[in-house]
Ligand binder design. Structure first.
Ligand code: MN
Length: 231
């Protein structure tokens, strides 16, 4: 499509840098897993044995590739941090078996599932969708993607978030209720997965509020650090 066919100027799909490569990863969709670490499910008042993980989506304008300054969003008094490992899908698939799921992984990144917790809580209580609580501009900062061949074993390793040099969230990737192959298998029953899909894989315990001026550092062993400041 040439630009003179568009009603107004528009850029390409959101692009995520690839670590050590001049190419970029063009994003198709942003899926997120909810309640994928038992301790976090409990801190949110849920029973991880009774309530299995589930999915929601964010729109592409949520992505902040490379991190950096993030505006405190509108219409909330309770912006929460959720540090997560992100899986980048590199090839299409539907009804993918867990055994073959890893063949669809392009790489991994570190992401923040920023959440307007007050709006999410209101939606939960009214049995309404979570979109206003979860999907908003700059609500998903993300590092460059590290390709699978440059990663170690991402089924384990420390995941953490510090705010103003204090550790707020600390967990291990091996604590996920659904591991990465299970997440891909489950999601691919409901959607045709495409190259360019991102999956935020859930957050460990320790979520909490953010304020103007906060400096965040998110880390997952073996991946790039995510640095974000709230403005
Ligand atoms: Mn989350």
């Amino acid at each position: 499509m040439t630009s003179n066919q568009l009603a107004f100027p528009a850029g390409a799909r959101k692009l995520i840098p690839i670590s050590g490569d001049r190419k970029s990863f063009p994003v198709n969709r942003v899926f997120c897993v909810g309640r994928n670490y038992a301790e976090h499910a409990r801190e949110m008042g849920n029973d991880p044995d009774r309530d299995p993980p589930f999915f929601f989506l964010k729109t592409l304008d949520a992505l902040v590739p490379g991190g950096g300054p993030v505006r405190y969003p509108r219409m909330t008094k309770e912006l929460h941090h959720e540090i997560e490992m992100v899986v980048a899908i590199g090839s299409p698939g539907a009804d993918v078996s867990p055994e073959l799921a890893m063949q669809h992984v392009f790489g991994y990144a570190v992401g923040l599932d920023l959440t307007r917790r007050d709006l999410q809580a209101e939606a939960k209580s009214l049995k309404r969708p979570w979109d206003f609580g979860k999907s908003f501009e700059q609500g998903a900062p993300i590092t460059a993607i590290t390709e699978v061949n440059d990663c170690g074993d991402m089924s384990k390793g420390e995941i953490s978030l510090s705010v103003n040099d204090k550790v707020r969230q600390l967990g291990n990737l091996n604590e996920m209720i659904w591991d990465v192959p299970e997440i891909i298998a489950y999601l691919s029953r409901f959607y045709y997965l495409e190259a360019g899909d991102l999956i935020f894989t859930g957050t460990p315990a320790g979520v909490g509020p953010l304020n103007y001026g906060d400096q965040l550092i998110g880390r997952v062993d073996g991946l790039c650090d995510l640095s974000v400041n709230i403005i």
